[in-house]
Write a protein that binds this ligand. Structure first.
Ligand code: TYM
Length: 333
């Protein structure tokens, strides 16, 4: 069985549909056949300097959404990053193996830091991908299910693992592979269907948050930007808006895109949007009910997370010990 690791940041009250289709559904699908470890990466969320009470609340909310989506703590490990201090410890070792220029080439860093200016940009934002590499290498991870936007970060994790093996000998680190499912690797903004759906988009109207009011969600789908033609077909280059709606439709119903296109032969964009709105709302209503169930009982939720942290730490501690040893740190007797 191969080892899976992935994480999501608790940077919003609700996950968005891109997180769900790009990553979370893969997490759920992979947990039967693999040893899966899923993490609420609260240390990563510190890079946006959140209000402390808000961060705490969002950490629980994010975990509740993992559970509601079907992450099963009986089959996988579900925990909070800061509960296992080995993540931050390994990040230091890896930061001493990462080039300054190499980290500076990360496009997410370049985008975010250019918006914030050099005084507004923290060192934490710069070393963010190093902490992510630590998350992954700490568990000798084979496979990392993520969306397309994480590909470059994963490439850095691979480079670091290979570098450790070269410098400190074979078997120092496992080189992780990305698991990026092409069909849903990038869900696009409903108002700007050439940009990825993201909680930091300028207008909220292009975003579907999993905990949004279903009425608002239905309205956003009905007002999604499309094109001036009338024909419903899957063509991401020429028809990004319609193609994105078809992708979402297919992912939520399990029907192939071609079959959906055939269903709408001779029908209009309005029909497609109306039906998709029903599909999305039909998915969200029971999902939200499950989330609220988990949030209504924070003590049980915290227990699940504590158990997950114990199991994660039991795997992380020996890996970190091995790496400390290989790096030549004198171990305390
Ligand atoms: P984060 O929290 O921004 O996003 C969580 C996951 O959702 C995917 N995603 C999308 N997929 C498709 N379409 C979209 N529009 C879309 N938006 C987001 C992301 O690719 C991601 O898989 N750095 C990571 C968190 C992280 C991590 C890790 C991931 C920290 N350590 C270790 C894997 C392994 C991040 O910021 O994801």
């Amino acid at each position: 069985r191969s080892r899976i690791f992935s994480g999501m940041q608790p940077t919003s009250d609700s996950l968005q549909l891109g997180n769900y289709l790009g990553a979370l559904t893969q997490w759920v699908a992979l947990q039967d056949e693999h040893d899966a470890i899923y993490c609420v990466v609260d240390l990563h969320a510190l890079t946006v300097n959140p209000d402390p009470a808000v961060l705490r609340d969002r950490t629980r909310r994010t975990a509740a959404q993992f559970l509601a989506a079907g992450v099963d703590p009986a089959r996988s490990i579900l925990f909070v990053q800061s509960h296992v201090p080995e993540h931050a410890e390994l990040a230091w070792l890896l930061s001493c193996q990462t080039g300054f220029g190499e980290a500076g080439r990360m496009t997410q860093f370049k985008d975010k830091s250019s918006k914030q200016g050099s005084e507004g940009t923290t060192v934490g934002l710069f070393t963010y991908p190093v902490l992510m590499a630590a998350d992954i290498l700490l568990y000798d991870t084979n496979l990392v299910p993520v969306g397309e936007d994480q590909r470059q970060h994963l490439e850095l994790s691979r480079d670091l693992a290979q570098r450790l093996n070269q410098r400190f000998g074979p078997g120092t680190a496992v080189v992780p592979d990305p698991h990026i499912v092409k069909a849903t690797a990038k869900i696009y903004d409903l108002q700007d269907p050439t940009s990825k759906m993201s909680k930091s988009a300028e207008s909220p109207n292009g975003l579907i948050e999993l905990l949004d009011d279903p009425k608002v969600v239905a309205k956003r789908i009905r007002s999604a930007v499309t094109d001036a033609e009338r024909e419903i077909r899957f063509d991401p280059a020429a028809k990004p808006g319609i193609s994105n709606l078809l992708t979402i439709y297919s992912a939520l119903t399990g029907r192939p895109v071609d079959a959906i296109v055939a269903d709408y032969d001779g029908k209009g964009y309005g029909d497609l949007k109306k039906d998709l709105a029903e599909v999305v709302v039909g998915f969200l209503a029971p999902f939200q009910e499950r989330v609220h169930g988990y949030l209504a009982d924070p003590a049980s939720l915290d227990e699940v997370l504590a158990d997950g942290a114990d199991r994660a730490q039991a795997l992380a501690a020996p890996t970190l010990e091995r790496l400390y040893d290989r790096f030549g740190l004198l171990r305390r007797r």
